[in-house]
Ligand binder design. Structure first.
Ligand code: TRP
Length: 361
């Protein structure tokens, strides 16, 4: 029992620290964007949805446009933590990269690569694994949740250790800012621990790895159209690349309540308020104003407003996305160029790591 509360306290402290640091980082970007290298990524497990769009993608584009160097990892090795590698993976990677480009990630300014394609990055996992203990790995709450969610009786070795692999994703390029949601904070703590221990053990005079900082997004939490956690597998998320008809259908089936008057009350009326919030985000307006305007129009008016708002907001994104998927050559070029850039960084880092570890013969 005391163990649990201790962990809760750690998590709260880590969250409070990350929030304070994030505010200071934002101010620092404005002053000198060139001092920062952002590393972030996604698992290619299906198309990205509006939760990603408002939660992380717009933020990445904003940072890129501020002039902060940004590297995005397509975390394909993280898809095999709890399943076999599916034959759909190449297509899934294309879809993910198409989402990135369509929302405004510019491959001339942002490096996009898949970590399976960069052997030197993966090789960092061996020394990194030597720097953490089994109990430290076992304590990671996100891994625990994913183990339960996987439905498997026990975790695979990769599921148990992937936060160490994620440290390699971040440290291979000396990323110093990692935009994340709360669930990723334990992984970032592990990355910082690995950086610290590597320095203590192999580079005590002059730290080789910096300790990256979390940049917590202040984006509101969106629910799925059924009022549950938004998730690809629940079919309750509006994909960025969905058609207008698919969007309309999903919204038509969305859960509401029996109160005819539309209000914004996230605690008392989570489902209706979530739809209002989504419409407000798409329209760039305040949720309360949107609710007020719909008023006694009821859920059918709310759904009409929302469908139009989403489709209008994503129209140009979707048309660039279809063009990219139609002719995939641009997507291929982006991945190839990204692999080259990331590969050069990883090679250089691994060379230094080998030197520091006395493994050059
Ligand atoms: N674990 C992240 C997720 O599930 C994806 C990811 C992989 C990542 N490597 C990363 C995120 C490095 C930030 C930094 O969404």
């Amino acid at each position: 029992m005391s163990q649990v509360s201790l962990e809760d306290r750690d998590a709260e402290a880590s969250l409070a620290h990350a929030r304070a640091r994030s505010a200071r980082l934002e101010a620092a970007f404005d002053r000198d964007p060139s001092g920062y290298r952002v590393l972030t990524g996604d698992r290619p497990t299906g198309p990205l949805h509006l939760g990603h769009y408002f939660g992380t993608l717009l933020n990445r584009v904003r940072l890129q446009n501020l002039g902060v160097q940004t590297i995005v990892v397509v975390a394909d090795y993280q898809t095999i933590i709890d399943r076999d590698s599916p034959s759909s993976l190449p297509g899934d990677v294309d879809e993910l990269v198409a989402d990135y480009l369509a929302v405004g990630i510019d491959p001339h300014r942002t490096t996009v690569f898949a970590h399976s394609q960069v052997p030197e990055l993966n090789q960092l996992m061996i020394p990194f694994l030597s720097l953490v203990s089994v109990p430290e790995l076992a304590r990671n709450p996100t891994v625990k949740e994913e183990t339960v969610a996987s439905g498997l009786p026990v975790a695979s070795g990769l599921l148990f250790t992937y936060p160490v692999h994620q440290a390699a994703d971040i440290l291979f390029c000396h990323g110093n800012v990692v935009p994340v949601g709360r669930d990723q904070l334990p992984h970032l703590e592990m990355t910082r621990l690995i950086a610290r221990r590597f320095n203590q053990r192999y580079s005590p005079g002059e730290p080789f790895f910096g300790e990256p900082e979390a940049l917590l997004s202040d984006a509101p939490r969106l629910l799925g159209t059924d009022g549950q956690k938004m998730s690809k597998s629940r079919n309750n998320a509006i994909a960025i690349g969905a058609t207008e008809d698919q969007t309309a259908r999903l919204i038509r089936a969305a859960k509401t309540d029996s109160n005819r008057r539309i209000t914004y009350d996230p605690i008392g009326r989570p489902e209706v308020s979530n739809l209002v919030l989504l419409a407000a985000l798409c329209l760039g307006r305040e949720p309360r104003d949107v609710a007020e305007e719909i008023g006694s129009g009821g859920s059918s008016a709310l759904k009409r407003v929302l469908t139009e708002a989403v489709n209008e907001r994503l129209r140009s994104v979707r048309s660039s996305r279809s063009a990219l998927i139609e002719d995939r050559s641009v997507l291929r070029e982006v991945i190839t160029a990204g692999t080259e850039t990331a590969g050069a960084m990883a090679t250089e880092t691994l060379r230094s790591v080998r030197r520091l570890m006395h493994t050059i013969y």
